[in-house]
Design a protein around this ligand. Structure first.
Ligand code: C5J
Length: 227
């Protein structure tokens, strides 16, 4: 079985049971001029994860492994937006309101969609999620079960919010997660560091932390085995 260098110890890679999950690489979080920037965040910190994630996405496609994209957002009628989430932050312009890229975090709006650099290909499931975790109120677990997936390679934003919540949900459901440190990002450098520490602490209490450079040769090898 191929292994990938990771912490707290090497990740044993099972090509036939692995999926790539790219969390919430949406314009409203990542692109200049979106909701994230309107909130005062420096989106260049998030954009650092785009190029390495694009390389992993390309390699995963070539290897033929399952690729899942997620998007945080809500129905246009906001029926799935909890009042608590709407009220949080006391924002003058918040979820559901007209924002710089359309209604903020509303399905079908320009800002809600995935950035051009990581656009899903035909056949790659896109999971729309109303919460921070990708398993809550979605079909993700069913999609993974139907393909006999047991391991997740995780990229996306933000490390301490939707990535961490998704990894914890996955861990409780029995999935092994390898989080790629250079393919996840936070608006807050300290949160990036600590969120990754939390995943790999205590013998990998929530999973493994590696990086794309160590995974890419294994993905290329997986392709050769499958070919
Ligand atoms: C946030 C996310 N940060 N995708 N969403 O609200 O992490």
């Amino acid at each position: 079985m191929p292994t990938v260098r990771a912490e707290p110890y090497e990740f044993v890679f099972q090509p036939e049971h692995v999926a790539l999950v790219i969390v919430d690489m949406q314009r409203d979080f990542v692109d200049p001029g979106g909701f994230g920037e309107a909130l005062g965040n420096d989106v260049s910190l998030l954009r650092k994860a785009v190029a390495p994630t694009a390389r992993v996405l390309d390699a995963a496609r070539k290897a033929g492994i399952l690729i899942i994209h997620t998007r945080e957002g809500h129905r246009p009628d906001l029926a799935d937006l909890p009042p608590s989430k709407k009220a949080r932050g006391r924002l003058a312009t918040g979820i559901g309101d007209p924002g710089p890229m359309g209604r903020i975090l509303v399905q079908g709006e320009y800002g809600h969609d995935i950035i051009d650099d990581l656009r899903p290909a035909a056949g790659e499931p896109v999971v729309d999620k109303p919460g921070k975790g990708a398993f809550y109120a979605t079909a993700l677990d069913a999609i993974l079960h139907s393909r006999d997936i047991r391991q997740l390679i995780v990229c996306g934003v933000t490390t301490e919010v939707c990535v961490n919540t998704t990894v914890r949900e996955a861990n409780d459901r029995g999935y092994d997660c390898l989080v790629l440190a250079d393919c996840v990002a936070s608006y807050f450098p300290e949160f990036q560091r600590v969120a990754l520490e939390m995943i790999k602490a205590q013998g990998g209490i929530f999973g493994w932390v590696g990086n794309s450079a160590d995974l890419l040769p294994t993905l290329a090898e997986a392709k050769r085995v499958a070919a």
